[in-house]
Design a protein around this ligand. Sequence first.
Ligand code: MG
Length: 378
Amino acid sequence: MLPEQFLAPYAAHSEGGAGRLYPETAHASRSQFQRDRDRIIHSSAFRRLEYKTQVFLNHEGDLFRTRLTHSLEVAQIGRSLARNLRLNEDLVEAISLAHDLGHTPFGHVGQDVLNECMKDYGGFEHNLQSLRVVDELEEHYGAYNGLNLMFETREGILKHCSLNNAKLLGPVAQRFIDRTQPSLEAQLTNLADEIAYNSHDIDDGLRSGLITIEQLEQVEFFARLWRDVQQAFPGLSGRRAIYETLRRLITALADDLIATSSARIAEADPQHIDDVRAAPPLIRFSDEMRKDATELKRFLYANLYRHYKVGRMRVKASRIVRELFEAFMAEPALLPPDYQDKSGDVNKVARKIADYIAGMTDRYAIREHRRLFSLDEL
Ligand code: MG
């Protein structure tokens, strides 16, 4: 078993926390968080990530990131950061691999539309849905619904939460009411997520031709790294120049995060995870790096996520999600039996429909829409 005594005293440890909802005896050869990671990898929601949109629709090209490869990149970056800070790598890996399990098909537009459709029935939020997947929706065990994960894994998955929802969720969401922090592992995974998507969205954006190097050179942070590459390899162009720049980008963000967070941890001097929870966020970028990263994010937002071609996809995707939801609400008998709610409670009916739609991959949603609305397809 991984010897946790090498972790920092303020890291999350297998023992001493709130543990699992349904107590289980310790495993001989795996730590509690290794078990969580393994349960997540074996879940069906995890396999669906392969066919869910990150930015580009799943079928637009085989080389673009999907939710699955995105989650793997987050885990990889997160693990290196965690090792440097003597945090629990297994917990970081578990949170990373689970953080997008609740995402709808078609990326953020799917979640926005489903949230609108659900506005009279409690709303829809993908962080909350990720938690719902691991707490309730996975059907793997005889004794309980869900994966019965550790408290720290669940709190890490619940990245955001409204005050209203927090009141309904109990201990896992208490920090949103108390305004305290989650484990350093959870804080770190959030930022590993940001490092991963900033870098891979540039890569995918360039590959798709929706953004160009010339545009990116207007972003000071990118321009600096691009110049470094040109100095190291005069005349280098194409894929190699892009990769050389992006690996420098990831390194710059990661090194800054490690240095800044180490200093903040040393200053706060937490002796236990409880001290971490009471302290301000300790895992952070420096102010200068935060500025650079924000500029990059703004660029991606304006030029990639708001590109007219991405916009066309967004309109189509929102129509699919909305029409599926409306058709099932009007005629719940069209749902597969597992998703039919017989209680007569409209909120429960709507929630089951949201679960069904959120669980769809891009191509399944497209196919299901065709099955319901196309007269050519029966
Ligand atoms: Mg993510």
